[in-house]
Design a protein around this ligand. Sequence first.
Ligand SMILES: Cc1cc2nc3c(=O)[nH]c(=O)nc-3n(C[C@H](O)[C@H](O)[C@H](O)COP(=O)(O)OP(=O)(O)OC[C@H]3O[C@@H](n4cnc5c(N)ncnc54)[C@H](O)[C@@H]3O)c2cc1C
Length: 348
Amino acid sequence: MEMTSADVDASADVAVVGAGPAGLYAAYCAGFRGLSSVLVDALPEPGGQISALYPEKKIYDVAGHPAVRGRELIDNLVAQVAPFEPHYLLGRTAASLTSDLTSDLTSDALAPDAGAGWTIGLEGGGRVRAGAVVIAGGLGRSVPRTMPCLRPYEGRGVAYHVPRLDEHQDRDVVIVGGGDSAVDWALALAPVARSVTVVHRRSAFRAHEHSVKQMYAADIRVLADAQVTACRGAKRLEEVRVTIGEEESTLPAQALVAALGFITSLGPIAEWGLRVENRQIAVDRAMRTNLPRVYAVGDICTYEGRVPLVSVGFGEAAAAANHAAVELRPGSRLAPEHSTDRDTVPLS
Ligand SMILES: Cc1cc2nc3c(=O)[nH]c(=O)nc-3n(C[C@H](O)[C@H](O)[C@H](O)COP(=O)(O)OP(=O)(O)OC[C@H]3O[C@@H](n4cnc5c(N)ncnc54)[C@H](O)[C@@H]3O)c2cc1C
């Protein structure tokens, strides 16, 4: 069926599913090869795990950055790709992937110059068309673990991550959990919030030992062997009930951060006919999946010996985009020209 433009939210040479670090860099590398891109992400802002889970933390192992705050790295990736004007579809989940040329999607079924197009169906309606697809979906769909008493206050004081520390200025913040995220948020919020209380149901914390020591030394109230049993407040969260052993107490709380971990799954991508191994997409050295002109990069892909790091995802993004360029423009070279050969922002 021919799609009218009204059906299509965006069309581009390359559709990138996932606007985390690997997806953003894939869009940059595509742009450098003169290819247009559309970036689809289920989250409302770019940056993947970094924006969602640790925007304020410093990352020390990204090449060329002795230390870079998560938010700053993502801002820079967004700025780097901006000259190529990628089309962002944020807050949109890629639900389906179909080829409009053939229903037989084995690699041999499509010649490289067959002009095949891919259509990504978006959850809730809308479509994206592209000649090639780069899947940079990271952990896929991640749903925060929660407790029944927290649900009614989601978005009204209860949150599962901390996008901006300054939102919690002058608030009494309760953090629930005993892992790295819980302790790290507590340490980060201690100088900002009016008060910080960590509630953990066990006596020992799973978080890094050094961070736990810092937490006990900081101006943070730590309630171990304790559990949040109820949230209260008329319109927004005002206080939480906590059980500590046999005792019950009430804490003032205008914010509660539940750092209980996430349940992750490939989500709709699992249904796309891709070869999946251990909940990750199998790729070859060119980052090709088993579907023609569909690549996978970053934490969602797997091959023997893969290391799940931001810098590894960058290399994979560059490989995928350049291989896509050759497949979309047969006869072009695999190696891009050197960016240093261009005097200005490298627009083709
Ligand atoms: C607390 C913590 C600290 C870390 N510290 C470091 C560190 O110091 N150094 C380091 O190198 N790495 C670190 N990592 C790992 C690093 O964050 C990941 O390796 C990196 O984010 C992976 O990038 P990505 O682009 O592959 O995927 P992600 O960052 O996971 O982004 C994937 C994006 O795809 C989107 N998506 C998934 N499925 C769909 C769909 N169907 N439709 C639309 N969008 C979809 C998601 O919403 C997400 O935004 C850390 C991770 C955590 C949790």
